[in-house]
Design a protein around this ligand. Structure first.
Ligand code: ATP
Length: 274
């Protein structure tokens, strides 16, 4: 099944609806973090239901990346808690939360550029297998714990079969983004944290990416927290949008609600980030 030609579809067509009765997968409760005199986050609270795509928006410096870094446990907030399936993430390391099923991608692609597509995807299995991912990737024989058919299927699913043996550095940015997503999916995440995935992509590649993210949710059952400046992408694929400004949550709702929120328009949509 090739995913790459899929177009982003308007969010109103999204299959799941997220009722208040549903147990959240992720609960961010009252997160605050300061760097010296800067209050980067000031009491942020929101939750993600299983299978939800939540878009986090806000102007430069609003606190999006800082929030991501708190959820992925690179930063420890001064106040607040983050629960994943009811478990407190605060005492856990970044490595431990990846074992729980939380995987993140990075704004600047963090791929092994001189390795093949297949080997990069193989690296993603380490959180699932507990294997030494570097030795597995570099000496492919070490990957006996990995289901090669599954890796092949994943690459076919993400439209990477034809480039499986190509070196990543030789591929266009849009294809490299799909490699990063395939690598993330190889670890069977429950929650995928996507940090500005549309950066550096052409208009058609952004549409393609939107369709792909939706299919990752629909077909792989992965919940998605997305930080993105590309408003078209956020509004097309998110079930819920949370807007930040100066470390505070200024709006939360459906894409249509947030898009029409006067404070959001003032803080963000009226700016050059449109
Ligand atoms: P952008 O869209 O430009 O990536 P953002 O919404 O992701 O912005 P953050 O990078 O989270 O914003 O930054 C929020 C605030 O916290 C900014 O004022 C930033 O300078 C500050 N900040 C973030 N990380 C640190 C740090 N490690 N040390 C000091 N200040 C920091």
């Amino acid at each position: 099944m090739a995913l790459q030609a899929q177009e982003a579809v308007a969010s109103d067509d999204a299959a799941p609806r997220f009722g208040a009765s549903q147990q959240p997968l992720l609960q961010v409760d009252g997160i605050a973090i300061r760097f010296g005199g800067i209050v980067a986050l000031d009491g942020i609270t929101f939750s993600l239901a299983p299978g939800e795509i939540l878009g986090l928006i806000g102007p430069n410096g609003a606190g999006k990346t800082t929030l991501f870094n708190c959820v992925s446990r690179l930063y420890t907030p001064n106040e607040g808690t983050i629960l994943f399936e009811g478990e407190n993430l605060m005492p856990l390391s970044a490595h431990q939360i990846s074992r729980l099923g939380i995987t993140r991608t990075f704004q600047n692609l963090a791929l092994f550029r001189t390795m093949s597509v297949r080997d990069n995807v193989l690296v993603g299995t380490h959180s699932k297998t507990g294997s030494n991912f570097l030795s597995d990737a570099l000496a492919f024989k070490g990957s006996r714990t990995v289901d090669d058919d599954e890796i092949t299927g994943l690459m076919e699913d993400l439209g990477l079969a034809d480039v499986a043996d190509r070196v990543v550095a030789d591929l266009p940015t849009g294809t490299q983004k799909r490699v990063e997503l395939a690598r993330a999916l190889a670890g069977h995440p429950k929650l995928l944290l996507l940090d500005e995935p549309a950066g550096g992509l052409t208009h058609s590649e952004v549409d393609e990416l939107g369709g792909l993210i939706r299919r990752i949710r629909d077909e792989h059952g992965v919940t998605v927290l997305l930080v993105e400046h590309h408003m078209g992408l956020v509004m097309a694929i998110s079930d819920t949008v949370v807007a930040l400004d100066f470390g505070r949550k200024i709006a939360e709702g459906t894409p249509a609600e947030v898009q029409n929120d006067p404070e959001v328009i003032r803080a963000y949509l009226g700016s050059s980030h449109k």
